[in-house]
Design a protein around this ligand. Structure first.
Ligand SMILES: Nc1ncnc2c1ncn2[C@@H]1O[C@H](COP(=O)(O)OP(=O)(O)OP(=O)(O)O)[C@@H](O)[C@H]1O
Ligand SMILES: [Mg+2]
Length: 466
């Protein structure tokens, strides 16, 4: 039962009906009070006018009072409204009266003392209600009592009250039904959205709610927010699917290669040299495999937001010299000149292992793409809040076809154009993920010849050169 009240539709209806009931109740009571007031005012006016008419015909002298007009006192107004009049002496004796009223003596007693003079009031005598006005007759101790039976008026007011209660109750019920219907209609898009969202699985993330509501409507906003979220989810799922497929392909290729290498080697007896050569090829493939696996693992950690687990203050100058220094030999073997122009005294906050990995990939790319006789120049600088590291080479530059997607995963130039032993196309995306996790980024710079890759990291606190 109580779960029913938790429904928004029911709560909306109840709130609306409650507010309506309070307003309708107040309006009904107000109307009834105004109606009773006007009805009583009409009676009071008639009774007072009759009092004044009779008063005008009284003779007062020597402590005596009598009515100059015909006796008995008039029993109705000139409009024909029955009003009993009583002229009561100081001792309570009835001096004159109009007609015969069985309640006369009770009226006399009831108006003896303690009742307001000159102000009409209600008096219940027996089963009848009277509107009574007592007017003192000055100089005689007598009083004029006027009583108009108002049973009809009371009846009318009771009927009016019952009618009003019935009308208000009917309106409340009608409003409750109307409110329930309106709330249901207003909330229908929410039901549609809930049903659609319930139906959407990871296989049909392309579906959209497409709620037909005018723009600016709150529920339309909710619908488009949902649609935008679905679009993001779809893009994320697509990326994940592509990533998984690419990763599987990338891991399968070296495994296939290793398998066929082993099959060929084992086909017949081999000399020790032949076995050594075969093992060397296998080792190369294993290296490639574990490098790719490690890169994938780091990218997965980057996606989970848990790539950088420690941040140390790194002396950027020493760090770059150390990393680049390790590439001197490889550069020399390729006939490439490796030059550095590194500032000292700069500090960056970060994980040295990850930053080394990023820088190693840039160096690996540069060495692999630069032809013998070429140059690689590494330089650092500080621009405002950024510490930047630029790796320039004199190779062919990045293939324009992949430039816009250079930092996406598994993006690499057509192997026919690339150098021998091309990688998985994960290096730059990992480098980017590492830089982003450190609050910076990697961009492809403009260069007249070759490629220029720029790593940007926030300068660390206590940076002397900043
Ligand atoms: N210095 C460069 N000169 C020319 N092209 C480059 C250079 N650096 C990167 N590229 C291009 O960008 C692509 C992506 O580079 P990335 O480092 O991400 O992957 P990869 O080097 O092919 O493989 P991995 O780094 O995973 O071993 C490369 O395949 C290459 O085509
Ligand atoms: Mg690379």
């Amino acid at each position: 039962m109580f779960h029913w009240f938790r429904r928004t539709r029911v709560r909306l209806t109840l709130t609306y009906v409650l507010a309506f009931a309070v307003l309708a109740g107040l309006a009904g009571v107000g109307f009834w009070i105004a109606f009773a007031h006007f009805e009583y005012a009409a009676v009071d006016q008639g009774i007072t006018a009759q009092g004044h008419t009779i008063f005008g015909g009284l003779n007062i002298g020597n402590g005596q009072v009598n009515f100059s007009g015909e006796s008995p006192l008039p029993g109705e107004t000139k409009h024909g409204i029955a009003i009993t009049a009583l002229l009561v002496g100081g001792a309570g004796t009835i001096l004159d009266r109009s007609g015969n009223n069985s309640n006369m003596s009770v009226l006399v007693r009831a108006t003896r003392k303690g009742v307001p003079h000159g102000v009409p009031f209600n008096l219940v005598v027996g089963h009848h209600t009277y509107r009574v006005l007592v007017l003192p007759v000055a100089g005689s101790g007598a009083r004029l009592v006027l009583a108009q039976p108002i049973d009809d008026l009371e009846q009318t007011l009771l009927l009016a009250a019952i009618l009003l209660v019935a009308i208000v109750a009917t309106l409340i019920v009608a409003n409750a039904l109307l409110g329930y219907w309106v709330a249901g209609r207003a909330l229908r898009p929410v039901r549609v959205m809930a049903a659609t969202v319930r139906d959407i699985s990871e296989h049909d993330l392309g579906r959209r709610l497409q709620i037909a509501l005018p723009p600016g409507d709150e529920l339309a906003e909710l619908g488009s927010t949902f649609d935008a979220m679905l679009a993001r989810l779809e893009a994320a799922f697509d990326a994940l699917r592509r990533f998984t497929a690419d990763a599987a392909h990338e891991l399968r290729a070296p495994l296939t290669l290793m398998r066929s290498q082993l099959e060929v080697t084992l086909r017949r007896e081999r000399t020790p040299d032949e076995y050594r050569d075969s093992h060397r090829v296998l080792l190369q493939e294993i290296d490639r495999l574990s490098r790719t696996a490690e890169q994938l693992l780091l990218l997965a950690r980057a996606d989970a937001g848990s790539l950088v687990t420690r941040k140390l203050a790194i002396d950027a100058g020493d760090f770059v010299e150390e990393v680049v220094g390790r590439w001197q030999l490889a550069a020399k073997q390729h006939g490439i000149q490796l030059l550095t122009d590194v500032r000292s005294e700069d500090t960056v906050q970060g994980d040295p292992d990850l930053l080394r990995r990023c820088l190693d990939n840039l160096m690996d790319n540069a060495v692999r793409h630069t032809p013998p006789g070429g140059q690689i120049i590494v330089l650092t600088s500080v621009e405002g809040p950024w510490w930047t590291l630029t790796v320039d080479d004199t190779g062919p530059g990045v293939d324009p076809a992949i430039r816009p997607r250079l930092f996406q995963r598994f993006i690499r130039a057509d192997p026919a154009r690339g150098p021998e032993g091309a990688g998985a196309g994960l290096g730059l995306s990992l480098c980017q993920a590492i830089a982003v996790a450190h609050g910076g980024g990697v961009t492809l710079g403009n260069s007249v010849r070759g490629a220029r890759l720029v790593v940007r990291l926030p300068v660390g606190p206590g940076n002397a050169a900043a």
